[in-house]
Design a protein around this ligand. Structure first.
Ligand code: SF4
Length: 330
């Protein structure tokens, strides 16, 4: 039984042996762990629970406050959904306990709902993430390529079952995937499942899971405007919809599929370029520096303000905008 061979490591959001897991901690950490590594998440998680020790405290935080702390984690819609879901939980005065209930909350999908339900409420379900897919593909020597493989693994996970301690099983599998059964050079000699592993026996584990060739990401292009006036620049809050919603940054043009010959605005000069890789495309922004002359009157839009480089630290900036700000020397 592979469930008996696994052990769980200690992490700040995990309950000590015999203790009950805090659903707020588990939920917060699982959302942060989507697309982000454990070492990075630990420092963010500790900052969050210091600032908002309880789910009630978190529910009182504004979106701007949350985004400010979330800076650098990326995928900012996660923070917005976290706030919406926690507000709903507080309104209902009860933390939902089953995967079937949790999946109806903003931003909570199949994986996160199963993780919370199994870890906090012992529901016998197994969350299937990239680590579990890799471990299962190797143990059962499954050569179906991704993404079709995921469905197969979910069925396999249901057949294996989560046992009497579903939370421990889920967390132990996640740990095995991230510490031992790594994508490259898995440490099979240290693996508690070596004797059960068909991929190891058949020497196929290095090539599992099978991935089809990656298609190059499309590229997009645009212009960022650094508009300066006496040691200050204009920043603006982005709309509450779409990529980087509600975050702050310098004004930009639209992001186009083709490189347009942007008309120079005002006395724009000193072109530089910033590259940023998003999940579905790579963005190149040319930076145009614009100096406002003393005689010019600037009419700011309602979502814009002038700030110094020191003051900018008080606003939630996505990594793309930080790359631009780092180039500034006002
Ligand atoms: S024996 Fe190797 S390939 Fe198989 S589960 Fe363990 S680490 Fe992964």
């Amino acid at each position: 039984d592979l469930r008996l061979l696994l052990v769980v490591r200690t992490l700040p959001w995990r309950a000590l042996p015999g203790a009950i897991a805090n659903p707020y901690y588990v939920y917060l950490s699982e959302v942060m762990l989507q697309q982000t590594t454990v070492p990075t998440v630990i420092s963010y998680f500790n900052r969050f629970i210091t600032k908002w020790p309880t789910i009630e405290a978190f529910s009182r935080a504004t979106l701007d406050e949350i985004l400010l702390e979330w800076q650098g984690l990326g995928y900012y819609s996660r923070a917005k959904n976290l706030k919406l879901a926690i507000e709903k939980i507080i309104k209902e005065n009860r933390f939902p306990q089953s995967h079937e209930a949790l999946i109806h909350y903003p931003g909570i999908g199949d994986y996160t709902s199963k993780a919370i339900a199994s870890i906090c409420f012992d529901q016998p379900v197994l969350p299937v993430d990239g680590n579990v897919i890799r471990v299962f593909a190797r143990i059962f020597n499954i050569s179906t390529p991704l993404p079709a493989l995921k469905k197969e693994i979910i069925i396999k996970a249901e057949q294996v079952g989560a046992g009497k301690r579903p939370g421990d099983f889920a967390q132990a599998l996640m740990d095995l995937g991230s510490l031992i059964c790594k994508p490259k050079n898995p440490k099979c000699d240290e693996c508690p499942l070596m004797s059960l592993c068909d991929g190891y026996k058949n020497k196929t584990y290095q090539s599992l899971p099978v991935r089809l060739e990656k298609i190059n990401k499309p590229m997009r292009y645009g212009t960022a405007y650094v508009i300066q006036n006496h040691g200050q620049i204009i920043i603006e809050k982005r709309s509450d919809k779409g990529l980087l919603a509600n975050l702050w940054g310098v004004p930009t043009s639209g992001w186009n599929l083709f490189l347009k010959d942007e008309k120079k605005i005002g006395n724009a000069q000193d072109k530089e370029r910033v590259k940023h890789v998003f999940t579905h495309f790579t963005l190149y922004l040319d930076i145009h520096y614009i100096k406002i002359f003393p005689c010019e009157v600037v009419k700011l839009k309602s979502n814009q303000k002038f700030v110094t480089l020191d003051e900018i630290q008080n606003y939630a900036l996505p990594t793309l905008m930080k790359k631009i700000v780092q180039k500034l020397d006002l």
